[in-house]
Design a protein around this ligand. Structure first.
Ligand code: NAP
Ligand code: MG
Length: 405
């Protein structure tokens, strides 16, 4: 069989633990037999990050900027216990945080849906993608415990000293709490552009919601900047594709999301996105069926699974046990990245391969063959059969061979 050719390399970011094992198995079983794979390889495993003083992460992010499309394996974000376990010279930062800072991107999370694993919300028929603004607000706030009666003020002085203002927040008559938040126009604008670009790329409508009626400066600025960018840069393109930009108050959005059929992107401020993404992903089923893509405002893409390195399974694997770890989100990271590469390079065969790979995964599960995490969620007609990761990958390969033949 002739392998599907590629032009530009994909930036490949390898990772840690169980997902690193799956990474190689996915390549061996599902990609290398079919695609003449070209990648620029970066090993972001924790030992390699230690060895390079984390330079490897920065290099990988720069390569993502250069080539446009990357696929990333889950990686360990070290904590005190990992510093001990891996004898680290320091507690390296989260690779995802480093890459996000360099690409200035927004993360979009979308569930992979299969018949037989039903969302808790029964009218959801299509995925709901959550876009979270991962900058500022309560995550970078300043907080005080107010000890007793006194005046709290909010003040600002411009760099040149020309503009100054100060407002009373509250005259405390008893102890209390105080919090100051900020955000920046350029971060909000990047967020808006990433959302509009992703809506165009995936041909889905974009919803955005804040509490602008109550927060007349802060949230209203988000609303206004989104509206301005939409009118000036995206309205025509949206209308051409027949998709819409829809702004509504967050309470109204929550009610509409629950009643909806799905099939759109929901953009949210940082805190709202943190909370809603966990609610929506749980309601769709399993973290192991959730994909994640980082999109930069200038159009770079990094695909990955939303879950971590599945440490508990890895320790069992190291003892020689065959695990039943779910590789679906990692496979979809590969298919997503290869499809995008195919689109950018005008390679129809590569896009078709990505479609066939995803269809094969879904067909295998719908036929009742699945990893352990899905068995408890299964409501399909075929009886569920729990298999190991390797058996699952072989079943997908057999399906894929048929589809590509
Ligand atoms: P996790 O790796 O997502 O796993 C948490 C639990 O969820 C697992 O123990 C497993 O439950 C279940 N699970 C997750 N993915 C699964 C899959 N593909 N198949 C089957 N079950 C799955 O989260 P964590 O244990 O909190 O974090 C482990 C490491 O991953 C940490 O070092 C963390 O820093 C890192 N992490 C990385 C990323 C990333 O790179 N994007 C994201 C999150 C976490 P059972 O054990 O009950 O089967
Ligand atoms: Mg959360």
């Amino acid at each position: 069989m002739n392998k599907i050719p590629m032009n530009t390399p994909l930036v490949e970011m390898d990772g840690d633990e169980m997902t690193r094992i799956l990474w190689q198995q996915i390549k061996d079983e599902l990609i290398l037999p079919f695609v003449d794979l070209k990648t620029e390889y970066y090993d972001l495993s924790l030992p390699r990050r230690e060895e390079t003083g984390d330079q490897i992460t920065i290099d990988a992010a720069k390569a993502n900027k250069k080539y446009g499309v990357a696929v990333k394996c889950a990686t360990i974000t070290p904590n005190a216990q990992r510093v001990e376990e891996y004898k680290l010279s320091q507690m390296w930062k989260s690779p995802n945080g480093t890459i996000r800072a360099i690409l200035d991107g927004t993360v979009f999370r979308a569930p992979i849906m299969v018949k037989g694993i039903n969302p808790v919300v029964k009218n959801w028929k299509q995925p709901i993608t959550i876009a979270r603004h991962a900058y500022g607000d309560v995550y970078r706030d300043t907080e005080l415990r107010v000890p007793g009666p006194g005046r709290a003020t909010l003040s600002y002085a411009s760099e040149d000293g020309q503009t100054q203002f100060s407002q009373t927040v509250y005259d405390f008559e008893c102890p209390g709490v105080l919090q100051a938040l900020y955000n920046k126009d350029n971060s909000i604008l990047s967020f808006a552009r990433s959302c509009f670009n992703y809506a165009l790329a995936t041909k889905q409508s974009l919803w955005f919601s804040t509490k602008d009626t109550i927060s007349k400066q802060y949230d209203h600025t988000f609303k206004d900047l989104f509206a301005e960018v939409y009118e000036k840069e995206y309205k025509e393109k949206f209308e051409k594709l027949g998709i819409e930009y829809f702004y509504t108050l967050i309470d109204d959005a929550v009610a509409r999301v629950i009643r909806s059929k799905g099939g759109f992107i929901w953009a949210l401020k940082n805190y709202d996105g943190d909370v809603m993404s966990d609610m929506v992903s749980t309601a769709f089923g399993s973290l192991a069926m959730m994909t994640s893509v980082l999109v930069s405002p200038d159009g770079n893409f990094e695909y990955e699974a939303a879950h971590g390195t599945v440490t508990r399974h890895y320790y069992r694997y190291l003892k020689g046990e065959e695990t039943s770890t779910n590789p679906v989100a990692t496979i979809f990271a590969w298919s997503g990245a290869l499809r995008k590469r195919g689109e950018l390079d005008g390679l129809q065969a590569l896009q078709d391969y990505a479609d066939a790979l995803e269809a094969s995964v879904i067909a295998v599960i719908e036929g009742g063959v699945m990893t352990g995490d899905l068995v408890g969620l299964w409501e399909g007609e075929a009886p569920a059969r729990k298999v190991t990761s390797m058996e699952f990958l072989r079943a997908i390969r057999a399906e894929l061979e048929q589809r590509l033949a």
